[in-house]
Design a binder for this molecule. Structure first.
Ligand SMILES: *[C@@H]1O[C@H](CO)[C@@H](O)[C@H](O)[C@H]1NC(C)=O
Ligand SMILES: *[C@@H]1O[C@H](CO)[C@@H](O)[C@H](O)[C@H]1NC(C)=O
Ligand SMILES: *[C@@H]1O[C@H](CO)[C@@H](O)[C@H](O)[C@H]1NC(C)=O
Ligand SMILES: *[C@@H]1O[C@H](CO)[C@@H](O)[C@H](O)[C@H]1NC(C)=O
Ligand SMILES: *[C@@H]1O[C@H](CO)[C@@H](O)[C@H](O)[C@H]1NC(C)=O
Ligand SMILES: *[C@@H]1O[C@H](CO)[C@@H](O)[C@H](O)[C@H]1NC(C)=O
Ligand SMILES: *[C@@H]1O[C@H](CO)[C@@H](O)[C@H](O)[C@H]1NC(C)=O
Ligand SMILES: *[C@@H]1O[C@H](CO)[C@@H](O)[C@H](O)[C@H]1NC(C)=O
Ligand SMILES: *[C@@H]1O[C@H](CO)[C@@H](O)[C@H](O)[C@H]1NC(C)=O
Ligand SMILES: *[C@@H]1O[C@H](CO)[C@@H](O)[C@H](O)[C@H]1NC(C)=O
Ligand SMILES: *[C@@H]1O[C@H](CO)[C@@H](O)[C@H](O)[C@H]1NC(C)=O
Ligand SMILES: *[C@@H]1O[C@H](CO)[C@@H](O)[C@H](O)[C@H]1NC(C)=O
Length: 593
């Protein structure tokens, strides 16, 4: 108890000292933040409740990031703080000037239409350390470009979902730019008069109109150093992408998810983009047949498409390592050319397919490392022997992870599983497998994840040796006829185990008594601590605040994003997957936090 009081005293002294320490230049930034709050909330908003005048610790306020060495504000995450009902408005850029160490500024989703004051947006150019600027989902028109051009350190600029129109000219002064987001605008051309030579990532998703003067894709020729291009949710029917996307000799990743394409859109694309490694064609609007060659492609995403009656004639996929076809509808013809010629394939994901398909060929893919066949409860014939696991699966001897869960598979677990010597994860849960678990599975020495839960298996669980000593009851649960450790059911016992938890270790009485003493002591101390804290918080409002802040830090409610609940568009994009529009910016932001 004495120790406890000493600790409490130290804690109290520490907290009080922090409260009254002089804060120096930080005070200037703290006051500037309060001005910023007033401006964002004008005339009657209620955002940023944690920014309180009486609170000296502005680095702990929501949406603020400070340098751990200098204590200066380096990041402001002010997405969706403005009450949308207040309509478009003009912000005073001078309010940011006190933050000379600002590195990240996020103003996403605030309906800002422009800047007030004599110098207006040009004041932004004084933020010489700013590297990431997110002005997405506001009401800016093309004039915003002239203000951000002069930012000397700017690397990431996001202007998606604003009111940009027509031709966008990226000036020489944006020379340090590496990532640019222009999605969701009505633009038709991107000019680069000796523009950003280091530009590597460009977002041009969901462009809103495609008039006769739509030259957006052709105009990308000027950016020969692009490596990643996001074009999802666009209508490219009537366009041959290989003709339009020329000279992009460095392009490695291309996202065309959700696009409308036609038979010609993808023709010869592999030849036109020699460095392409990653191609994403998820959830296309009206799926097309395709025949073509992508010799250097390593990853192909085709999830959520209907390929029935169409041919996926990808030839020359000799470098392909990852293929994702989850939730697709396929038929015999769709995959005609795929199964045969994928010598490098390591990852194959075929979960939750929406149609019947024979995947006989895939079991010959001897280099497979990750195979996901989960959730195929439909009558597809992945498993030739009418729903049983084919013994040939033991030939996939390089496999590291195999997921056959949720499949209504019947019959026994083939003993050939013990040939999968490199396997690290084996999931056979949620099937109707019966018979015994082959005892030789214990020879799988790299197995880290294992589950046969929710089946009809019977007999004895594998010996508790090697990796199998680490698997607990959950790995075997819900197999009514399975017995042996770690299950409570003892093999050969006729009486079912009693519901009270019985342990096979002999726990002696002394141990039990110790526990009782422990509990009593614990509760006494616990209640006393509560009373003391309660009293302190009651007496001193500042500590009360500090305490609730502390609690917030330990148990954050929604910790993934800074205030993104306010902007549906961010939420939606994040739900759609990690690589959509400003997610990258958020990643930086989260990393910084
Ligand atoms: C805030 O002010 C706007 C415009 O003056 C008004 O339309 C709105 O009802 C006010 N909202 C609240 C919560 O007072
Ligand atoms: C762009 O917005 C500014 C306000 O920021 C406005 O003064 C200007 O007229 C707008 N330009 C066009 C072409 O709409
Ligand atoms: C903008 O903010 C600065 C600094 O707070 C202030 O001096 C200036 O008067 C403001 N300008 C306008 C037009 O409100
Ligand atoms: C482009 O990137 C290179 C390498 O990262 C860097 O040295 C160079 O300064 C950058 N150019 C500009 C204009 O920022
Ligand atoms: C591509 O990058 C190289 C080296 O950084 C640079 O010399 C060249 O000008 C860039 N090309 C373009 C079109 O920006
Ligand atoms: C595309 O933009 C429109 C309006 O700009 C929006 O309603 C729609 O949700 C966007 N689609 C995607 C996939 O972001
Ligand atoms: C593409 O693949 C071909 C043949 O496999 C190879 O010669 C070429 O260097 C590769 N191109 C790039 C840019 O990697
Ligand atoms: C999807 O395709 C249909 C016709 O096939 C078209 O009418 C519709 O506009 C397309 N949707 C989008 C978002 O491109
Ligand atoms: C495969 O690629 C080579 C060159 O990389 C080409 O000569 C051949 O025609 C391609 N085959 C098919 C079927 O496209
Ligand atoms: C394959 O899938 C695994 C597991 O999902 C993942 O860790 C790995 O990065 C993927 N890619 C390759 C090339 O193996
Ligand atoms: C699966 O096959 C059974 C018998 O062959 C049939 O009765 C059932 O309708 C099929 N289910 C589906 C979803 O195709
Ligand atoms: C297997 O797939 C199911 C469904 O997709 C998933 O819930 C489960 O976590 C996966 N198992 C492993 C071990 O990754």
């Amino acid at each position: 108890m004495g120790l406890f009081l000493q600790l409490l005293t130290v804690l109290v002294i520490t907290v009080s000292l922090q409260g009254w320490l002089p804060l120096g230049y930080l005070e200037e930034e703290r006051i500037a933040l309060l001005h910023l709050k007033d401006s964002l909330n004008y005339p009657n908003g209620t955002s940023l409740p944690s920014w309180i005048k009486a609170d000296a610790h502005c680095c702990d306020w929501e949406g603020i990031r400070c340098s751990s060495s200098t204590g200066r504000v380096t990041g402001l995450g002010l997405d969706g703080v403005r009450n949308e009902e207040l309509g478009d408005w003009y912000l005073n850029a001078s309010l940011f000037l006190p933050f000379q160490h600002l590195n990240v500024l996020i103003l996403y989703g605030n309906r800002i239409a422009g800047w007030v004051g004599k110098k207006g947006g040009y004041e932004l150019q004084k933020l010489s350390n700013l590297e990431i600027l997110d002005l997405g989902d506001n009401s800016f028109n093309n004039s915003i470009l002239s203000y951000v051009e002069g930012l000397p350190s700017l690397k990431t600029l996001y202007l998606g979902y604003n009111r940009l129109e027509g031709s966008i000219d990226l000036k020489e002064s944006l020379s340090s730019l590496e990532t640019l987001g222009l999605s969701g605008n009505n633009i038709n051309k991107l000019a680069a008069s000796r523009g950003p030579s280091n530009l590597s990532t460009l977002w041009l998703a969901n462009i809103t109109t495609y008039g006769s003067d739509f030259q957006l894709l052709q105009s990308l020729r000027a950016f020969s150093n692009l490596t990643t291009l996001h074009l999802y949710s666009n209508d490219f029917r009537g366009r041959k992408l290989s003709d339009e996307l020329q000279n992009l000799n460095s392009l490695e990743s291309l996202y065309l998810d959700g696009c409308s394409l036609d038979e010609h859109s993808l023709q010869s694309l592999g030849e036109a983009l020699p460095s392409l490694q990653y191609l994403s064609l998820r959830e296309l609007n009206g799926t097309v047949s395709y025949t073509g060659s992508f010799p250097n492609l390593t990853a192909l995403h085709l999830e959520d498409n209907d390929f029935r009656g169409r041919i996926l004639g990808f030839h020359n996929l000799s470098s392909l390592e990852e293929l994702y076809l989850d939730r697709c509808s396929l038929d015999e013809h769709s995959l005609q050319s795929l199964g045969g010629a994928l010598p490098s394939l390591k990852n194959l994901s075929l979960s939750a397919l929406r149609s019947t398909v024979s995947l006989k060929g895939f079991l010959h893919l001897r280099n497979l490392k990750y195979l996901d066949l989960s959730y195929n409860t439909l009558n597809n014939s992945i498993f030739q022997n009418i729903g049983e696991i084919p013994p040939e699966i033991g030939n996939l001897n390089k496999i590291k992870a195999l997921n056959l869960s949720h499949n209504s598979l019947t019959g026994p677990i083939p003993p050939t599983f013990s040939n999968l010597k490199e396997i690290e994860s084996l999931d056979l849960s949620y099937n109707k497998l019966d018979g015994e678990i082959p005892s030789r599975l214990t020879e799988l020495f790299f197995l880290e994840v294992f589950s046969v839960a929710h089946n009809n298996l019977s007999g004895k669980t594998p010996a508790r040796v090697a990796q199998f000593a680490t698997f607990d009851e959950r790995c075997y649960k819900d197999n009514p006829f399975l017995c042996g450790e770690p299950l409570p059911k003892i093999c050969g016992a006729t009486v079912p185990p009693s519901p009270t938890p019985t342990s096979t270790n002999n726990e002696d009485n002394d141990g039990f008594m110790d526990m009782e003493v422990f509990y009593v002591t614990f509760w006494v101390v616990y209640i006393m601590v509560l009373l003391v804290i309660g009293a302190i918080l009651y007496i001193n409002p500042y500590w009360r605040q500090a305490w609730f802040h502390f609690i917030e830090i330990i148990c954050p409610g929604e910790e993934t994003l800074p205030r993104s609940q306010g902007s549906q568009s961010v939420q939606r994009d994040l739900e759609q997957g990690c690589q959509l529009n400003e997610a990258e910016v958020w990643k930086w932001w989260r990393l910084m936090k």
